[in-house]
Ligand binder design. Sequence first.
Ligand code: ZN
Length: 426
Amino acid sequence: KELLSFLDSSPTPFHAVESLKIRLLKAGFKELQEHEKWSIQPGLKYFVVRGGTSLAAWVQGIKPPSDSGFRLIGAHTDSPNLRIKPQPNLIQHGYHQLGVEVYGGALLSSWADRDLSLAGKVYVKSKSGKIKGHLLHHQEPLLRIPLLAIHLNRDVNEKGLILNAQNHLPPIYGLKTQNESKQGIHQLLSELLKVRKEDILSFELSLFDIQPASALGKNHEFVVSGRLDNLYSCYCALCALLMDSETESPQTRIAVCFDHEEIGSMTTQGARSSFVSSIFKRLNQIDSHSFERSCALSMMISADMAHAVHPNFSEKHEPQHFPQMNAGPVIKINAQGRYATSGISEALFDQICREREIPVQKFVNRTDLACGSTIGPFISGSLGVSTVDVGAAMLSMHSVREMGGTLDIDWLTQAFRGFYTRQDLE
Ligand code: ZN
């Protein structure tokens, strides 16, 4: 239930970070700002946000990181979706519509015929001239991308649905009435946020499906929602960090939830940015090579979702590797380095699961199919930190409504706890 409410309250990475912040503050974590001086005390709990959409939370170890290393779990806050263009207003054949761009590898057809709404951040000029960011989470059905009737697209079932991203995606949100002078996105936002439309400077808004997350199946064995990839992993990582946050440990345990994984991570707050390395440096003494020594002693779990075998398309999977939902975390392995898992990191994670009696699965892609990737390779490569790519098995990845396993929430969280509290890495 907690995961479902986290998913519902997090239609965008801005909201996900806000939801995480509330839980961290409740648990006694102190918020730090990147522009301030930090004075870090062993055993205390901190978090820092970058760009409003990436967050790092940690429990400082009793020993300095250069003597005991970091235990890092990385996940991502963003999910593929449709973003509103800067000048989106369209009136076509009497319909009010909004121009949209595709963010990440969205499964476009899944966005059609859903009841959608708007969420994100709107930047508004205040009276003093300062810029204020307003969070928007409009919870009423507002927009829709209607499918073309089958009578006008007779062979759609045989040939498949083809959607042109420019022409076929602009959602409808109203009908033009006569004598209408003031319409469009600025008018809409000014009404929703109670601000003057002339003061709206910019916005980062995306569409989301308003249907709430829910449990599904004869025994509620599935969880269905938008953004399971990868809020599911963010949630499990944070739970694992919070559950043992009162227990002292020599190593510094840290969870980082990055934005922009779905578009390649090369942004101010993405996994290829300085976010993690700058935190690692600041948590070390400024003596000779303490940062490098801490990295050499560290280990990371790159937590992202995995593809469960689809019963109707099992030929898409490697026949010796059929990950199942509710059958425990999946270790993801790729010979081309699309996942960061190495022999030793795989062995260590497998061992952590065995010790806690958590079932564990292994995944490789079919050899003749290109493999997806995660934040694992970037961070592992740039910091030199041994990394294992792990995730819960799911179906419908990158659909507007995805499907995961209910039991895996606990399996994954318990495995993360085992990782955080383990003293020796070998
Ligand atoms: Zn993902």
